[in-house]
Design a binder for this molecule. Sequence first.
Ligand SMILES: NC(=O)c1ccc[n+]([C@@H]2O[C@H](COP(=O)([O-])OP(=O)(O)OC[C@H]3O[C@@H](n4cnc5c(N)ncnc54)[C@H](OP(=O)(O)O)[C@@H]3O)[C@@H](O)[C@H]2O)c1
Length: 365
Amino acid sequence: MALDTYYTLGNTGLRVSRLALGTMTFGTEWGWGIEKKDSAKIFDCYLENGGNFVDTADMYTGGTSEKFIGDFMKERKNRESIVLATKFTFNNTEEKFINGGGNSRKNIRRTLEESLKRLQTDYIDLYIMHCWDRMTPVEEVMRTLNDLVTEGKILHYAFSNVPAWYASKAQTIARYNNYEPICALQLEYSLIQRTIENEFIDLTQDMNAGIMAWSPLGGGLLSGKYKPGIDGQKDVQGRLKQITDNGGEVSSKDNERNWNIVKTLHEVSEEINQPMASVAINWIASQPSVATVLVGATKLSQIKENMSALEFTIPAESMEKLKAASAPVISYPYTFFEPKTLGRIYPGTKVGLKPDNYWKELRIG
Ligand SMILES: NC(=O)c1ccc[n+]([C@@H]2O[C@H](COP(=O)([O-])OP(=O)(O)OC[C@H]3O[C@@H](n4cnc5c(N)ncnc54)[C@H](OP(=O)(O)O)[C@@H]3O)[C@@H](O)[C@H]2O)c1
C-alpha cells in the first residue's frame, strides 16, 4: 500500500495518513470539478491504498463535495475508519443572510448542523475554521469550538488561513482555559508558495500543531502538465486554464519566478526519474512541521501518481536545488532572525539552530 504510515496529528492521539484526500474537485459546480462516479473512483482508490484522512468544506462546490462523501461513506459503511475534516466560515447559504457566514457562535453552530446532514454523520473528526473573519472575538470562537468538543459533535479542531499572531493567541487561550488545543493549521504550501516559512514552522512547533499543506501543486502548475518552454498557459489544460479563461486569479501564478521553479522541478524529476507531481508533493511532505499534504485530483491516474509521492527519497542535493530555486523572499522583521544576526547576538558562540528534521524525529512513525 502506498500510504501505510500514519502520524499523530499535532498533540493528539489521532493517527492520519501523510497524504490526505482533498475533495474540492468533487462536484462540477465550480467548472473544473468532476462527476459523482469519477469522484467515487478517486475516493475508493485513496482508501484502498491505505489513506484515512479526507478533507472537505461546507462551501466546496456549494455543498456537493460533502454530499458525495456522505453518500460514499454510507454506501460503503466506512465512516468509522475515516478521519473526516470539514470547514466553516464562508457564506454558503442561498439567501446570503448576514449571519450566514463568519466565525460567530451562531454561524458555527448552524453550519455544523448543515455539514452533519450533508455528510450523514453525527460527528466531525476535525472541524476547521476556514478563514479568519476579522470580526468575531477569538474568545467566542475558542469557547464555541471547545463546547462542541465537550458535546461530542466534533473531536478536534484546526484553523486555516489565519495570521500567525491570531493562531498563537487562540492557542494561548486554549492553554490557560484548559480547552481542547488547536491541533493543526491548514495552510497553502508548495514550491511556489513558501511564505508560511516566515512564521508558521516555528509557530506550529511551539503550539504542538501539524501543518496540513493545501495546493501542494499550486493548483496544477507543478503537476507536470506544464513544462518549461511552453509559453505561459496557452497550451495547458485543466483547472488553471479554465480559471484563466474565466478571467480568474490564476494569472498571478504566471510569472518568471514560478516558471523557473517549474524548470528546476522538471530537471530534478528527470534526474531522479520520478514524475514532477510526485517530486513536488514529496518535497512538501518532507518539510518540518508538515503533518499531512492534501492531494487533489480530477483523474484516477492523477491520484495514483500523487499517492506514490512518498515511495522514494529525493537525494539531499536535489532537495537543496529545489529549495534554492523556490526560496521565498525573507521580509522584515524576519531578516533579523537569520543565523547572521544571531551571530551578532551571541558573538563567539556556535549558534545551534534546530536541524530541519527536528520536528519529524519527534513524530510517531
Ligand atoms: N483551506 C483552504 O483554504 C484550501 C484551499 C484550497 C484547497 N484546499 C484543500 O486542499 C486540497 C488540494 O488543493 P488543490 O486541489 O488546490 O491541490 P493541488 O495539488 O495544488 O492541485 C490539484 C489539481 O492539480 C491537477 N493535478 C493533480 N495531480 C495531478 C497529476 N498527477 N498530474 C496532472 N495534474 C494533476 C488537477 O487539476 P486539473 O486536472 O484540473 O489540472 C488537480 O485537481 C483541496 O481539495 C482541498 O481539500 C484547502
